[in-house]
Design a protein around this ligand. Structure first.
Ligand code: OXD
Ligand code: MN
Length: 601
């Protein structure tokens, strides 16, 4: 029965370039397990996308938005228990527990297969299994990688056409090779009790069941590009990072590229698309990526970055023409929204959007909403949109070699402690800054919001192996080159005693980027402090901001007592890794302690 059905489906739609038998064998094996009624090989065409969308509109998975006001755009409402990444249900399944490390949930590959196989068995009965071949990275790039996701969610298949280079283009890249990351995904019954996101980096394999939420279900993104990607990067000597990539163009037309790591929902997308305020004439930002960077050292010793993605999957609440005008222009059409609110005229709305709060709306769960009745949009509501629609998209977006990175930024959301910006003394100190990054948690993952956690390089939920080895890898790759980028720490989120932000943020962050650029060109003053090099008040353009002196003072100073307290927390974090933590990081910790003591004396 299965064989007959398979033959019918495969004959109808297996794509024509000859595929390695391991591709069809694996699809076959998964189909035998999940038992879909139909198998659809995605070719990535416009017609196919339209048909997927039409089917979802018909069965209620998508709701069409106002065709003139938001053309080609749709609203999806997920299951109310399935609205964010499920870090507690995310596992790294390596043979040895130690290879996953103390910051990851671990399951042995055997246990994972034993536990998940019964959940996958028959899970696609009555459903279509979409075979989605996709390419991560620019077409023709030596750094791009192939994956195939098998999914029973049409929403996932359609979203992947936005988020990746999907279908024929990917199979052409694959050719007859068997080098691809396998991803099996099923919505299952959406019960969190039966939800698992399992990664088998040794097998280049991902199994995800029980969730339709982006980070759990769009496997190329977090599962492949970061968790499996970081594993591959360590094996092969490159970096797979949770970083935006932007080009900063100066008034003379020179473009310098910066990569920046911030935890989820901390403004990576806004920074990647920053529109300079009127005071910053002649400056311009080009967007290369808003979430993930794959970076390789070139023959010239410089670090080159490509964005493996083809679209943006960004947080809606707080996005407005004040915070991110480029994104507002980007999402004017062809956008799939998830869990935002709906106005009576079938347009989308979320907290923090421009214009008046609607008098009534339908909330993210489809219930009538009036102001004051809680959040209309889920705090982690999202949209998925093609990157090329962004008015600031970089002309280098598709550049196969990537863009040369001059500076790497690490940043967190910290109400206190971390000053606006400081520079690492060298690569090794920069790795220490990344490794000890702290940030207040956000709604992007289920769990408590607003508590400080150590989130090294913003990779805590995304590093596919033992983070001690990840730090060692960072130390190693940078040591290989004299041209490695300089490293900075930034924090836009310091608050005063009344809880309001001290720094205006958004477009004004350009002033900080300019200081970083000037430093990398040896053109800006810095003040050496125990934690790194801070701007002098004069070296940072603060003109026209009208910031009170007390705010400037707090933004650009080092609270020695608070940093001394941080040291203890850093130590607790480092202790988790035992002997495996690179000695260099302990040395950096001790040096910081020494500098703080000297400063206090
Ligand atoms: C994301 C995340 O969706 O980091 O990008 O959670
Ligand atoms: Mn992210």
């Amino acid at each position: 029965m299965v064989a007959a059905r398979r033959a019918a489906c495969f004959n109808a739609s297996v794509p024509s370039p000859p595929l390695h038998p391991s591709v069809t064998d694996w699809v076959d094996e998964c189909a035998r397990l999940a038992q879909p009624d139909r198998i659809h090989w995605c070719d990535g065409s416009e017609e196919e996308y339209r048909a997927l969308v039409a089917g979802m509109v018909q069965d209620g998975t998508l709701l069409e938005l106002h065709p003139q006001k938001q053309p080609g755009s749709y609203l999806h409402r997920s299951h109310p228990s399935d609205v964010a990444r499920s870090e507690n249900l995310t596992f790294i399944c390596t043979e040895r527990k130690d290879d996953a490390g103390p910051t990851n949930n671990w399951m042995s590959p055997k246990e994972a297969i034993d536990r998940l196989s019964p959940l996958f068995r028959g899970a696609m009965k009555g459903r279509t299994m979409y075979v989605v071949p996709y390419l991560m990275g620019p077409v023709g790039s030596p750094y791009s990688r192939m994956g195939i996701e098998l999914t029973d969610s049409a929403y996932v298949a359609a979203s992947l056409r936005i988020m990746t280079r999907m279908g024929k283009v990917a199979l052409d890249h694959l050719g007859g090779s068997d080098q691809f990351v396998r991803g099996l995904h099923s919505l299952g019954d959406l019960n969190p009790e039966r939800r698992f996101v399992c990664h088998f980096p040794e097998q280049r394999l991902i199994w995800s069941i029980g969730s339709g939420y982006g980070g759990n279900a769009l496997l190329p993104k977090k599962c492949f590009a970061l968790r499996i990607g970081s594993w591959l990067a360590r094996e092969e000597g490159w970096l797979a990072e949770h970083m935006l990539i932007l080009g900063l163009e100066d008034p003379q037309g020179r473009v310098t590229y910066i990569a920046a790591a911030f935890p989820s929902a901390c403004g990576k997308t806004n920074l990647a698309m920053l529109v300079p305020p009127a005071s910053q004439k002649g400056w311009r930002i080009w967007t290369v990526g808003d979430d993930i960077a794959w970076m390789h050292f070139g023959k010239d010793g410089r670090l080159y970055a490509v964005n493996p993605e083809n679209g943006f999957f960004a947080v809606a609440p707080g996005t407005s023409s004040k915070t991110n005008p480029n994104m507002m222009a980007t999402i004017g059409r062809n956008t799939i929204y998830t869990n935002v609110a709906l106005r009576p005229d079938r347009t989308t709305w979320w907290e923090g959007m421009d214009g008046p709060v609607p008098g009534d709306a339908i909330d993210w769960q489809g219930k009538p909403w009036t102001p004051g009745a809680g959040k209309a949009a889920h705090p982690n509501s999202r949209f998925t949109v093609p990157a090329r629609q962004c008015p600031a998209i970089s002309p280098q977006f598709d550049e196969p070699q990537g863009v040369p990175i001059s500076a790497i930024l690490f940043g967190g959301r910290r109400a206190r402690v971390a000053p606006l910006v400081f520079e690492a003394f060298d690569w090794r100190h920069g790795v220490f800054l990344g490794a000890t990054m702290g940030s207040e948690t956000t709604a992007a993952a289920t769990g408590q919001v607003g508590v400080v956690r150590r989130d090294p390089m913003a990779m805590l939920p995304f590093c596919g192996y033992n983070m001690a080895d990840y730090f060692a890898h960072w130390l190693r790759v940078g040591a290989r080159s004299d041209e490695a980028p300089s490293i900075y720490h930034v924090n836009w989120f310091q608050t005063g005693s009344d809880g309001s932000f001290l720094w205006p943020g958004f477009g004004e962050n350009l002033r900080v980027l300019r200081w970083i650029l000037a430093r990398s060109r040896g053109e800006a003053e810095g003040r050496r402090t125990p934690i790194g090099v801070l701007p002098t008040k004069e070296s940072l353009d603060l003109s026209g901001l009208d910031l009170p002196d007390s705010s400037i003072q707090q933004l650009l100073s080092v609270d020695v007592e608070a940093w001394t307290r941080e040291l203890a927390d850093m130590k607790t974090f480092f202790d988790k890794f035992g002997q495996r933590l690179p000695e260099e990081l302990w040395q950096e910790h001790d040096r910081l302690a020494h500098r703080l003591r000297t400063e206090a004396a």
